[in-house]
Ligand binder design. Structure first.
Ligand code: FAD
Ligand code: NAG
Ligand code: NAG
Ligand code: NAG
Ligand code: NAG
Ligand code: NAG
Length: 534
């Protein structure tokens, strides 16, 4: 951005702020008074202002990436509200609307671009950390999960009900169900069961008018939209009802690594047509990094880790591997049988022999928080050997083990579900999804690493899905395009990013949005715009 444009945009943000609130101080008081007026029993402990001593602790508590705040934010929220019941949520919607302040909803806070906790306009965060109970109907094999629960809390609670019930959702236990379920929810069992959205049978959402709607009251269009279309465009999702899934008493995991010297490139080539067609109870996910070579000091090599889950015992698994992927050379010693809940710890890099499952209740992450920038792609035709070698070359340009590609296979159940069944569109024909990631520790290095990953992404364009080049909404990437923060956003502008996330489902999402939130109260840089269609 040239300095003059930068100055201009700063100026327009300033104009906006003064337009939104002529006198910021009064607006703040108005907002707090409004909360109390609306709901005289509003628990004052659930209201944090910038003067509250642990305001920053609460704000930072679920942040997983240091980049968004440093890159985009000029403002911290004016308030963080941590409601413990639906009436307190209704009050925040009502009062934000009344005083003209942006409202962001945060469940687990894992959004890659921080859209749940940053904004360039004055804003309030509704943080659902206190709204997270889980109740079971074991007869029916269902559960109601409140939106502030983390995946870890859900997995833990299920394991206390039964050893053979489970759910399909992401590997990171601190991800929130509020954001995760509304965008899809890819799991180590997705080839067998599909995504989280495929097992949601009811939900509760509070709309712009404060109405609390369940599936019946919201109607099938909105219920469809929040399963893959994201929650933030439509209202505050307060709870999901899910179908629990049956798993055997033992599942089997393995995690083997091969370097270039051990035929890694050839194995990736083979995997591209095996990963999505092999027995659907088996999911083999690849983690690819450039590492320092141990055989030749100073040299680099590519390491490919095959991280896998089989929903069954080790003998069956070995038979399948012998038949379909003998080249990997998997042996029994590589495999471990364990309970499903132990596999959850395993894929979260926690040793199930060392730690109790209680660790899943920990809402703070185990690893230190770094700066990161991640992007996604979908592959529909195998990438050639030359194509792969070009990727390796780019990976070698970065620091060893800081850049990573994750290749997540599709096929199986995911390919059986039609593109229009839920708002999540990436189904038939997808061989695998790529997650491109880079992390770093120093803010001053940000531009260098962001440039690197943009360069990788541009190289990849020749090898991935086209028209649109698809992307996974839960791996949010503002490089794909954004809405105008002020004023309306045209269909054309929103299409740039929305067709990649939603493909043919975008039009129906626009239709749902226009009906449920015509004034576009629920908005962010990548929310479905409210377009008036005549
Ligand atoms: C370490 C890590 C590991 C991950 N692993 C996986 C994985 O294995 N599989 C996978 O599919 N994804 C994975 N993800 C991506 C993850 O699914 C998304 O980041 C998801 O959106 C996070 O949900 P959240 O509630 O934690 O995030 P938040 O930041 O709280 O929310 C994300 C978005 O949803 C909105 N939102 C949140 N709650 C609500 C609500 N109750 N009502 C309405 N809108 C709401 C927010 O406003 C925001 O726009 C991972 C992310 C991280 C950081
Ligand atoms: C915030 O501060 C109050 C009062 O000092 C304390 O009781 C509460 O536990 C703190 N909450 C957090 C999450 O730190
Ligand atoms: C690599 O592949 C070749 C033949 O394709 C094979 O002979 C060799 O044993 C393999 N190396 C390893 C380490 O698996
Ligand atoms: C270092 O790696 C390159 C590329 O893989 C290879 O051509 C070269 O022989 C290696 N050097 C040594 C000393 O092994
Ligand atoms: C798999 O192995 C790699 C390489 O040794 C390691 O970094 C990673 O943590 C392992 N993954 C799991 C799930 O144990
Ligand atoms: C992005 O990817 C990097 C590298 O794979 C990973 O370490 C980081 O946790 C990811 N970022 C977020 C916010 O999850």
């Amino acid at each position: 951005m040239t300095p003059i444009i930068k100055l201009f945009s700063l100026f327009s943000v300033y104009l906006l702020i003064s337009w939104v609130s002529h006198s910021p101080k009064n607006t703040d008081e108005d907002f707090l008074n409004c909360l109390q007026d609306y709901n005289s029993v509003y628990d004052p402990d659930n209201i944090y202002t910038r003067q509250t001593t642990n305001f920053t602790t609460i704000l930072d508590s679920s942040i997983r990436n240091l980049r968004p705040q440093s890159q985009y934010s000029t403002l911290t929220p004016k308030f963080i509200i941590t409601p413990s019941n639906e009436y307190e949520i209704q009050a925040v919607i009502y009062c934000s609307k009344k005083v003209g302040i942006i409202m962001k909803v945060r469940s687990g806070g894992h959004d890659y671009e921080g859209l749940s906790y940053i904004s360039r306009l004055p804003f309030v965060i509704v943080d659902l950390r206190n709204y997270r109970s889980i109740t079971f109907d074991t007869q029916e094999k269902t559960a109601w999960v409140e939106a502030g629960a983390t995946l870890g809390e859900l997995y833990y609670a299920i394991s206390k009900q039964s050893d053979t019930l489970a759910f399909v959702a992401g590997s990171c236990p601190t991800v929130g169900v509020g954001g995760h379920f509304s965008g899809g929810g890819y799991s180590m069992m997705s080839r067998n069961f599909g995504l989280s959205v495929d097992h949601i049978i009811d939900a509760k959402i509070i709309d712009v008018n404060g109405r609390i709607l369940d599936r019946k009251a919201m109607g099938e269009d909105l219920f469809w939209a929040i399963r893959g279309g994201g929650g933030a465009s439509f209202g505050v999702i307060t709870a999901w009802k899910i179908n629990l899934l049956s798993v055997p008493e033992k599942v089997t995991v393995f995690n083997v690594t091969r370097t270039q010297e051990e035929n890694a490139t050839e194995l990736v080539q083979l995997w591209q047509s095996i990963g999505n067609t092999i027995d659907q109870k088996l999911l083999i996910r690849l983690f690819i990094e450039s590492i320092s070579s141990t055989s030749t000091p100073g040299n680099r090599t590519i390491s490919v880790t095959f991280t896998s889950m089989y929903i069954g015992g080790v003998e069956e698994l070995l038979e399948i591997m012998q038949k379909s992927f003998p080249e990997l050379g998997l042996v029994k010693e590589d495999c471990t049988e364990m309970e499903w809940i132990e596999s959850i710890l395993y894929f979260a890099y926690i040793d199930p022999k060392e730690e109790s499952t209680n660790i899943l209740l920990n809402r703070t992450p185990l690893n230190p928080i770094t700066f990161s920038k991640n992007k996604s792609d979908y592959v529909t035709r195998p990438i050639s050997k030359e194509g792969l070698e070009g990727i390796w070359k780019i990976l070698h340009e970065e620091n060893p083990q800081k850049a990573q590609l994750q290749l997540s296979p599709y096929g199986g159940k995911m390919a059986e579900i039609s593109e229009s069944e839920t708002a999540f569109p990436h189904r038939k024909g997808m061989l695998f999804m790529i997650h491109h990631g880079i992390e770093w520790n120093q803010e001053e290095d940000s531009q260098k690493h962001i440039n690197w990953i943009r360069n990788l992404y541009s190289y990849m364009s020749a090898h991935v899905s086209k028209s649109p080049r698809r992307a996974y909404m839960n791996y949010r990437d503002l490089d794909l395009g954004t809405n105008n923060i002020v004023g309306s956003t045209s269909y054309k502008q929103a299409s740039k990013w929305a067709l990649r996330y939603f493909n043919n489902n975008f039009n129906r999402l626009l239709h749902v949005k226009a009906k449920i939130d015509p004034t576009n109260f629920f908005r962010n840089e990548q929310s479905i715009p409210s377009l008036w269609k005549k």
